[in-house]
Write a protein that binds this ligand. Structure first.
Ligand code: PMP
Length: 362
């Protein structure tokens, strides 16, 4: 233990939940609903499942380490070249690749208060210094983030929308922020939840890649595409950046089932539309439910919503768990009085709200 490098010893381990079967056994409950990890309650596209079934016959072979077909499909969809794409084992891996390729212990990284937990993790793992910019109304404050940048800052993480707050920055503000960065500062724009952003299609950040060689957009198949278990994420950047990231990547970081499933999922726009419709309805269901319960919440552009309980969240989390409803406490995000709830199917949302009502009105 004491031989581990200092940055690693200081890391707070990411806390995954217990397996559902284990919890079911422990709690003696027959049905548990999990609204804790921002997964797609509809599951993946059936065509992704069919593609995996076909690929089962080739498991003795190594996967295509270049991800040729998936990159072709992504390139066509986003109007970029395959050379601008890097595939990761989940988008988390891309965050790590950026840290490994660009950070040293002399350098610092800026991210926001209440931002995604993996940013400090990948920063500290390479011994770099994390600088936390104070948030504004639970969202990223780009002015504070700009001010937090020092001479030795090499990287800025922006999550848009952010997890666990669901906050969304206007595209124009993000673009102006990136344009204003010193040349030696890279920006990872983490768009894990971008598919859920409603309203008029805002200016797509992919269009900025031509202007900003320091921009790395990361996206994932874990959320809207319902493939969290397969671990597929990708980044879009200028080709030179992708070249660097591909150098530090393991040659076979995406398995063969993941590659074919992601490719199939990408072309099933009907399933994506169903997912988005379910999310919109579920978001409204929670908002209506919170209003009835007299609870406040953070407006969310993602597939989850953080509710303000006005009291400690952990005991409420525990009590919900005892009723077979798993949500996410966000104390480790500096939000001890919130709980983050992933949007589920209508009946799951109703059960979660019902359990919350029983606990809070007692
Ligand atoms: N970014 C954000 C903001 C997230 O919430 C998540 C998932 N929790 C990720 C990235 C990583 O997702 P994955 O590694 O499954 O692509």
């Amino acid at each position: 233990y004491r031989l581990a490098v200092a940055g690693v010893r200081q890391l707070v381990p990411y806390q995954p939940g217990k397996p559902i079967e284990e919890l079911q056994r422990e709690l003696g409950l027959s049905e548990i609903i999990k609204l804790a990890s921002n997964e797609n309650p509809l599951g993946p596209s059936p065509s992704a499942v069919a593609a995996m079934q076909l690929a089962l016959s080739e498991l003795a072979l190594y996967p295509d380490g270049s991800g040729y077909r998936l990159k072709q499909a992504l390139a066509a969809k986003f109007n970029v070249t395959p050379e601008q794409i890097t595939l990761g084992n989940g988008s988390n891996e891309l965050l790590e690749l950026v840290a490994r390729a660009f950070l040293t212990p002399e350098l610092s990284v800026v991210y926001s208060e209440h931002a995604f937990a993996v940013y400090p993790l990948v920063t500290q793992a390479v011994g770099a210094t994390g600088i936390v910019a104070t948030a504004k109304a639970y969202g990223h404050d780009l002015t504070a983030m700009r001010q937090a940048i020092t001479d030795n800052t090499r990287l800025v993480f922006i999550a848009n929308p952010n997890n666990p707050t669901g906050s969304l920055l206007p595209q124009a503000e993000v673009k102006a922020f990136i344009a204003d960065l010193p040349e030696t500062v890279l920006c990872v724009l983490d768009e894990a939840y971008v598919e859920f952003v409603g309203g008029n299609p805002a200016e797509d950040s992919v269009l900025w890649l031509a202007d900003f060689p320091n921009l790395i957009i990361t996206r994932t198949f874990s959320k809207a595409y319902g493939l969290a278990g397969l671990r597929v994420g990708y980044s879009l950047s200028c080709p030179e950046m992708a070249d660097i990231l591909n150098r530090v990547r393991q040659p076979f970081n995406n398995n063969s089932l993941a590659l074919v499933a992601a490719e199939a999922a990408l072309s099933d726009s009907e399933h994506l539309q169903q997912t988005l419709a379910n999310n919109r309805a579920g978001m409204q269901q929670f908002i209506d439910g919170f209003k009835t319960l007299g609870l406040d919440w953070l407006p969310s552009a993602g597939n989850f919503i953080s509710v303000a309980l006005g009291r400690e969240g952990l005991p409420v989390y525990q009590a919900l768990l005892a009723k077979g409803v798993i949500v996410r406490p966000v104390t480790n995000y500096g939000m001890p009085q919130h709980l983050r709830i992933s949007i589920g199917k209508p009946e799951q949302n109703a059960r979660c709200l019902q359990a919350l009502a029983e606990l809070l009105t007692r």
